[in-house]
Design a protein around this ligand. Sequence first.
Ligand code: UDP
Ligand code: MG
Length: 326
Amino acid sequence: MLIEKNDVELSVVIPMYNEELNIDYLFERLLCVLARLKMKYEIVCVNDGSKDNTLKYLVEYHQCNPTIKVVNLSRNFGKEIALTAGIDYATGAAVVPIDADLQDPPELIEELIAKWREGYDVVYATRLSRQGETWLKRFTANAFYQIIARLSPIPIPCNTGDFRLLDRRVVNVLKQMPEQNRFMKGLFAWVGFKQTSILFERPQRYKGTTKWNYWRLWNFAIGGITSFSFIPLKVWSYIGLAFSLFSFLYASFMIIRTFLFGIVVPGYASLMVVVLFLGGVQLLSLGIIGEYLGRVYEEVKGRPLYVVRECYGFVSESLNHTFVSK
Ligand code: UDP
Ligand code: MG
């Protein structure tokens, strides 16, 4: 890794994509909390290819306060990868990823730290409510958590975002996970360790708008399910088996009926229904296989997860401009 060991106790990791309106208030609240904690800390901000002045402001903050460090990615890689980059660069004994839009109240870090000091390796913050979100968003989010809970062999906590505290032990395991499809909630759960949760009311975004439209959320959900469950792939064998059994029974019935009562010609409607239905099922199953195959293809290409253009405030700055390969 690029970073040399130091004695930072707490690293706060913030992925940022077009968050210029939130930066001032975020740092105001965050720095106030961190000052109260009296720990040696660093704030690792990852600029995920923002098109606004986010990077400029971050660099200005870094120049005034060297505990604020900046990793500038070469383009927008998406939140999950930006977060991975931040976690890779963080050096603290505990790492806390947090959103830049103040939906994860920085004040909760104190509670996370308290639990960590009790001996937990992962302390996640679970939302009690989702303020300011439409019923459709709440419904789809709930449905997603229900589905993934049923499909994934690893329990993934419901209503829990990426806001949590991770002990260095956990971070070191996460850094060894090379997958391109980074469904962080799942990866955090996969590592195991001693986990606990605290509850909080999730406020609305402070400024700006969410970058997650429904299409992005849908793809995120598919990514999460495919990387944590084989059931969508396996289920087709069982569906196929059920159809074959049913066809066999129906064929036997037709043969016997033909022997007993002769040939009955009508049947166009039922024939059409069966052909169309089976065609649909086959296409769907092919689509699902394609989904997994695409992901395998992504993985075998073995590209680096992210490309760093430059960074500010890290020890080995001479190693900038290189990508971090896993
Ligand atoms: N984010 C990012 N890259 C992206 C999209 C989002 O780094 O491509 C960051 C964003 O700046 C914020 C966090 O991820 O700090 C959460 O994003 P957002 O508030 O849009 O998501 P939501 O809270 O609606 O799930
Ligand atoms: Mg948000």
